[in-house]
Design a protein around this ligand. Structure first.
Ligand code: PLP
Length: 393
């Protein structure tokens, strides 16, 4: 039994028991292939997919036709960005994104630039993590076809101003994509769906199963941008061939339904716990918050502890809790967080940073304990650091 306090909900979440219970009948009883058109097993499975899609669409205020199921956010990002390859003659080959995006976006953009003839601009961010809207205006060229800016950042929780971005690109024939993976289930997404042309999501970030995600395409029936991404079988209107994952789609719909049923109550609870954790951790000498804007996720906190080696701190903390130094996909990487570097932190400060992400099963009664353990470990690390002793000499 793992009794460490789990504070890495932005990496992944445990499946909610209610989600798992809802999924179970789709493995052994209602196991049909939704593409089987000639018997009741297939018809039933197809009906369940239709019902799940309706629940997702109704809960999020979108249309069933706007949904394409994928294996998760990384695949969704690949699907969207690769549709903007210069091979497709979209009237230009220039994409604008931002230096603090998730690696799933940055690495796909790098691929497009190297092999697909796409020209990329990577916007800087300001010290608070927000993009500079003036720089965005300057970056737009006649051949710009897409702006890809994430909604909320997975490391800091900072939320980008999508409405203002939309205002800037309005009337210029530029599409807007937002990686909103971290926002789903944590905040209201009205701003996202009323603003973007494309967005992506993943069930395992909101207590659903791993291996299922979706691409949102506004007015998909009118949009010719997302084309055949995976060939074979013709499923999902030939965009992504392959048997639909009925249990996972059912689980995804249940996870979304549960999260949004309690959003207001849960959201305020997270804000209260996060604020308590934040003010406690900031009482540790020479600790600094990297999540300083008012527009941020309710559950996420990123703190730098000066004169501390973040890797050593993580290793010491791992005996009692699960936290991280940024994205799980990047955690084996020995470089400091690209997000914090882009925000202007010195390498050693970026190295000394820890992300705390709270979730549905975080206990309020654990917050003071967490603050105490982190405080002790930070003090221990510093007691071995000569620079700490000499800092005020
Ligand atoms: N985008 C963001 C902002 C994320 O936080 C993640 C997961 O860490 C991803 C994309 C990739 O999601 P998935 O694990 O579903 O591929």
């Amino acid at each position: 039994m793992n009794n460490r306090i789990y504070l890495d909900y932005n990496a992944t979440t445990p499946c909610d028991q209610r989600v798992l219970d809802y999924m179970m009948p789709f493995f052994c009883e209602n196991f049909g292939n939704p593409s089987s058109a000639h018997h009741s097993y297939g018809w039933l499975a197809k009906d369940y997919i239709t019902d799940s899609s309706s629940v997702i669409a109704r809960t999020l205020g979108i249309s069933v036709d706007d949904i394409i199921y994928t294996s998760g956010a990384t695949e969704s990002i690949n699907m969207i960005l690769k549709s903007f390859s210069s091979k497709f003659e979209l009237g230009g080959n220039h994409i604008i994104t931002c230096k603090t995006e998730h690696k799933a976006v940055l690495d796909t953009c790098d691929f497009l630039e190297r092999y697909e003839g796409v020209s990329m601009t990577y916007l800087d961010v300001q010290a608070n993590g927000m993009i500079d809207l003036e720089q965005l205006k300057q970056a737009i060229r006649p051949e710009t076809i897409l702006v890809s800016i994430m909604h909320s950042n997975n490391e800091t929780g900072i939320i980008q101003p999508l409405k203002k971005i939309r205002e800037i690109i309005k009337g210029k024939g530029i599409y807007l994509f937002s990686d909103a993976t971290q926002s789903l289930g944590k905040i209201d997404l009205e701003d996202v769906f009323s603003t973007v042309d494309f967005a992506c999501f993943s069930a395992h970030k909101l207590y659903g199963p791993k291996g299922i995600g979706l691409v949102y395409v506004k007015n998909r029936s009118d949009s010719q941008i997302i084309r055949n991404f995976i060939q074979g079988g013709g499923q999902q209107k030939k965009i992504r061939g392959g048997t639909l994952n009925t249990p996972a789609i059912a689980g995804f719909s249940k996870a979304i339904e549960i999260s949004y049923a309690d959003l207001k109550k849960e959201g305020q609870h997270f804000i209260d716990m996060r604020n308590q954790l934040e003010s406690g951790l900031l009482e540790i000498e020479e600790s600094y918050s990297n999540s300083r804007t008012t527009e941020r996720l309710p559950n996420t906190l990123n703190i730098s502890f000066a004169y501390v080696d973040g890797f050593k701190l993580l290793s010491a903390l791992s005996k009692s809790m699960a936290v991280s130094n940024g994205s799980a996909c990047n955690s084996a990487n020995e470089n400091p967080s690209h997000v914090l570097l882009a925000m202007g932190l010195e390498r050693n400060m970026a190295f000394s940073s820890i992300r705390f992400s709270l979730g549905r099963f975080t206990k309020e009664s654990d917050i003071d304990k967490i603050i105490g353990i982190v405080g002790q470990e930070v003090a221990k690390q510093r007691s071995n650091n000569i620079l700490w002793e000499r800092r005020s000499l």
